[in-house]
Design a binder for this molecule. Structure first.
Ligand code: MN
Length: 717
C-alpha cells in the first residue's frame, strides 16, 4: 500500500509548485473520513483512494486531480459533505468530486431505459471537466485490480463486462492506451478465462519456437538507424492477450507470426526523423504491401500519431514497426491526460473537457472508421440517440432526427410552447434543423407565441407532438366557440329575439351539454345549425331566415345596420385554413375580394367570393350564410392562391417569360396545368400564391403587357 510520504514524493518529483500542505490535508481527510471501513480485500478502505491517486501520478496529473482522487469516495460512502470539501479544498476540487460521485452511481448494464439516463449522467459529469473521467477510470482500474476479492461471481462478471463495454472504450477514446490495455486484460481474465489461457499458452509456444528474436531484431534495427545517423530508441513489445484474441475473433484467423505477437517501436526526436527512419527500415527489409499507415499526416481521432509499417525481418518473419517521436508517444500512451499534466494545467483548461466530449459524441454518430471498435461495445447502443446541451451545459438526450422544437419541449412544455426560433452552436437555424450529437441549443422564446401546427410534420418526440396537438385543439376550440357565438347572435337577432347568454345556457341543458361554450363550439363546428338551435330554445316557432334578415333591416337605421354588420362579421383572422375555415377551391378568394362564409355540417366554414357561381346552389339555405370579412392586417402576406387562365403563343420561351413576369412581381407559381393546346396558342391554368387581390391584379396587368401572352383572366370556378 502506498504511504502518505510516497504519494507526496511522487507528485513533488514532477510538480515543483506542489502545495504539499494541501495534499497532506487531503490525505488525512480521506483517512479520517473512511475511518475503520474495510475493502473486500481486508485492507483499510482509504488504501483504495490512495492507490487511485497513485495511478494518476503515473500520468503526472495536476494536484487538483490527485486531491480529487483522494477524496473521490468520501461524499458517496462517508459522512463527509460537499460543502466541507469546498470549504477545505476549494470549489474546483468540490466540483470534480461531485462529478465523480454522480458517476459512481451508474449501472450501465441495467435495463435499456435506465441506460440512457445513466449515460446522460456520465456525459453531464464529463462535460464539466474531463478530469472527472480520468479519476473515474483510475478508480475503475484499481477496482479491477482488486476484483478477485469480491466473493459473488455475478458481481465480478457484471463489473468486468461494464469495464469491457464502457470504460475500456472510453479510455481508448480519450487516448489513455495503458489504462485501456490493463482494464481490458483484467476484464478479459474475468469474463473469458479459458480464451485468455489458450492465447497465453500459444504465445508461450511461439516464443519458444522462434527463440529470442526480439533482442536480435531490436539490435539490428538500432544498428541500421545508427549507420544512417539517426538517433533512436528501439524496443519490442508483446501484444496484449486481449487484443490478440479480438483480432482472431474479428478476422477468423489463428496466429503464427511474430508480427502477430510483437510490435517494434522506434522513437525519435522530431517528425522529420520519423520519415527518415521509415526510409531506413524500408531500404533494408522488404515491405508487406498494404500495411503502411501514416497517422502522422492523418492522426486518429484520439490524437494518436505514428507511422506503421510491416516488413519481412531478418529471419523471414513478418515484423510490425511503429515509428514516432517521443512527444507522439506520450500522447499515444497518455492521451487526454497529457493535457492535464502539472505543467500545462494553467494553459488550456477552458472548454477542454467540452471539446473532448464533443468528439466522443461525434464518434457515437459515425463509428465507421476501422480503428473504432464501437461495434463491440455498449457505447453502440447510444447510436440512435443524440445528446445536446443547453447553454448552461445541461445534457438533453433526444432520439435521432430530433429538432430544436423537440429540444425545447424536452426542456419544458412552457419552453416549447413559447419557442419561436433556435440558435444551434451560436447560429440561428431553422426550427426543422436536425440536431447532432454535442450541439448546443439555445431556444429563442416569445411570450405571446404558441406552437405552430406545422411543427407536427417534423417533430419526432411524442412529447412535442402531443403538446402541439393539445395546443392546437385548444385554440381550435376557441375559434369554433367565437364563430358559434357570432352565429348564435345573428340567428337570435335575425329571428327577432334578444340574444342572451341565459338563453344559450338553457339550450345547453336541453342539448345535454355542459355549458353555453359547448353550444357555441357545436354551432361553430356545424354539428348544430342555427335553425336547430332556435328550435330548441323556442319550440314551435317557425324561423324564416329571409323574413328575419328583412326584419333587422327594417328595425335598424342604415348607419347602425352597417355597424351591426361589422360587429357580426366573423373575424377570420386567426382562423387557420384547413381547420375552422376553408377557402373555396371554386373561386379562390383573396384578401380584398368581397366574401361570404357558408357553414357546412361538420366542416366549419367555407369562404367564397361574393360572385362565386357555387353560391347560386345555396341560395335557399340562407341560414348557413355568414358574414365574413378580411382582417387586412393579419392576412396580408399570408400567401393565398389565386387562379389565372392564360393564353400563350405556342413558341419557345413563352412559358419562361410567363414565369419570369410572375416571379418579378413576387408571385409564386403554385401549380400549372395545360388545359388546351393548339398549333398557334395554348391555354394554361396557373395557380399563384399572392398576398391579396391587388397583388394578383398587378400580376395580371404585367402579364397582359407581355408580348407572348395573348390574354389573361382570373378564374372563378
Ligand atoms: Mn472508488
Amino acid at each position: 500500500m502506498m504511504r502518505q510520504y510516497e504519494l507526496v514524493e511522487k507528485v513533488a518529483a514532477y510538480d515543483s509548485h506542489l502545495d504539499e500542505d494541501l495534499l497532506n490535508r487531503a490525505y488525512v481527510f480521506t483517512v479520517q473520513a473512511h475511518g475503520t471501513q474495510k475493502r473486500a480485500s481486508g485492507d483499510p478502505y482509504f488504501s483504495h483512494p490512495v492507490e487511485v491517486a497513485g495511478i494518476l501520478t503515473d500520468y503526472r496529473l495536476d494536484t487538483t486531480t490527485i486531491i480529487t482522487a483522494l477524496l473521490h469516495d468520501t461524499v458517496e460512502d462517508t459522512v463527509a459533505t460537499l460543502p466541507q470539501i469546498q470549504d477545505r479544498f476549494g470549489p474546483e476540487v468540490a466540483k470534480l468530486v461531485d462529478g465523480v460521485t454522480k458517476l459512481s452511481t451508474l449501472e450501465l448494464r441495467s435495463e435499456q431505459s435506465k441506460q440512457a439516463e445513466n449515460f446522460r449522467k456520465l456525459l453531464l459529469a464529463m462535460s464539466s471537466d474531463i478530469r472527472v473521467l480520468l479519476v473515474k477510470l483510475a478508480d475503475r482500474l484499481h477496482n479491477m485490480r482488486t476484483l478477485q476479492f469480491l466473493t459473488k461471481p455475478e458481481r465480478r462478471r457484471r463489473i468486468a463486462a461494464e469495464t469491457m463495454e464502457i470504460y475500456a472504450p472510453l479510455a481508448e477514446r480519450i487516448g489513455m492506451q495503458r489504462i485501456k490495455d490493463e482494464l481490458e486484460d483484467l476484464a478479459f481474465a474475468e469474463l473469458y478465462p479459458e480464451a485468455r489461457e489458450s492465447v497465453i499458452a500459444r504465445l508461450q509456444f511461439l516464443r519458444e519456437k522462434s527463440g529470442d528474436l526480439i533482442p536480435l531484431i531490436t539490435d539490428e534495427l538500432s544498428a541500421r538507424l545508427r549507420e544512417a545517423g539517426i538517433e533512436a530508441t528501439v524496443g519490442g513489445r508483446e501484444k496484449r492477450p486481449h487484443s490478440i484474441w479480438r483480432k482472431m475473433q474479428k478476422y477468423n484467423v489463428g496466429f503464427e507470426q511474430l508480427s502477430d505477437i510483437v510490435a517494434f517501436r522506434i522513437l525519435v526526436d522530431d517528425p522529420m526523423q520519423c520519415y527518415q527512419a521509415l526510409g531506413v527500415v524500408h531500404q533494408h527489409y522488404a515491405t508487406v504491401p498494404g500495411r503502411f499507415k501514416d497517422y502522422i499526416s492523418t492522426p486518429k481521432r484520439n490524437k494518436y500519431r505514428s507511422l506503421h509499417t510491416t516488413v519481412i525481418g531478418p529471419q523471414q518473419q513478418r515484423v510490425e514497426v511503429q515509428i514516432r517521436t517521443h512527444d507522439m508517444n506520450e500522447i499515444a500512451e497518455d492521451g487526454v491526460a497529457a493535457h492535464w499534466t502539472y505543467k500545462q494545467h494553467v494553459a488550456s483548461t477552458e472548454g477542454e473537457g467540452y471539446r473532448w466530449l464533443h468528439e466522443l459524441l461525434e464518434i457515437l454518430e459515425r463509428a465507421d472508421s476501422p480503428e473504432e471498435f464501437l461495434e463491440h461495445t455498449k457505447l453502440e447502443m447510444f447510436r440512435d440517440q443524440v445528446f445536446c446541451f443547453t447553454p448552461s451545459g445541461e445534457v438533453i438526450d433526444l432520439p435521432r432526427g430530433a429538432t430544436p422544437v423537440d429540444f425545447a419541449y424536452a426542456v419544458h412544455t412552457a419552453v416549447g410552447d413559447s419557442c419561436v426560433g433556435a440558435k444551434v452552436n451560436g447560429r440561428v437555424m431553422p426550427l426543422r434543423t436536425e440536431l447532432h450529437n454535442g450541439d448546443q441549443v439555445e431556444v429563442l422564446r416569445a411570450k405571446e407565441s404558441g406552437p405552430n401546427p406545422n411543427w407536427e410534420s417534423f417533430v419526432v418526440t411524442g412529447r412535442a407532438r402531443s403538446a402541439i396537438r393539445r395546443f392546437v385543439r385548444h385554440q381550435e376550440r376557441e375559434e369554433y366557440q367565437r364563430l358559434g357565438r357570432a352565429m348564435a347572435e345573428k340567428a337570435f337577432v335575425g329571428s327577432g329575439h334578444e340574444f342572451t347568454e341565459k338563453a344559450i345556457e338553457q339550450a345547453a341543458k336541453v342539448m345535454r351539454l355542459r355549458s353555453a361554450d359547448d353550444v357555441y363550439v357545436d354551432l361553430g363546428r356545424g354539428q348544430v345549425t342555427p335553425r336547430e338551435l332556435l328550435a330548441k330554445i323556442f319550440p314551435g316557432e317557425r324561423w324564416r331566415p329571409k323574413d328575419a334578415i328583412d326584419a333587422i333591416n327594417r328595425v335598424l337605421p342604415a348607419r347602425l345596420r352597417r355597424r351591426r354588420k361589422t360587429e357580426m362579421a366573423v373575424p377570420i383572422q386567426g382562423l387557420r385554413p384547413g381547420l375552422a375555415v376553408h377557402f373555396g377551391d371554386c373561386c379562390h378568394p383573396l384578401p380584398g375580394d368581397r366574401i361570404v362564409g357558408i357553414m357546412s355540417k361538420g366542416e366549419g366554414v367555407t369562404v367564397h367570393t361574393i360572385d362565386c357561381e357555387r353560391l347560386a346552389e345555396l341560395d335557399d339555405s340562407s341560414e348557413r350564410w355568414i358574414d365574413v370579412s378580411w382582417d387586412v392586417e393579419v392576412e396580408a402576406g399570408a400567401g393565398h392562391v389565386g387562379r389565372l387562365k392564360a393564353v400563350l403563343a405556342n413558341e419557345p420561351g413563352s412559358l419562361s417569360s410567363l414565369s419570369t413576369v410572375i416571379a418579378k412581381n413576387l408571385g409564386n407559381i403554385f401549380n400549372l396545368t395545360f388545359t388546351n393546346r393548339g398549333p398557334d396558342f395554348f391555354e394554361a391554368q396557373v395557380d399563384i400564391e399572392v398576398e391579396d387581390v391587388k397583388h394578383l391584379t398587378n400580376i395580371i396587368a404585367a402579364l397582359r403587357a407581355t408580348p407572348q401572352v395573348n390574354s389573361v383572366e382570373r378564374l372563378r370556378g
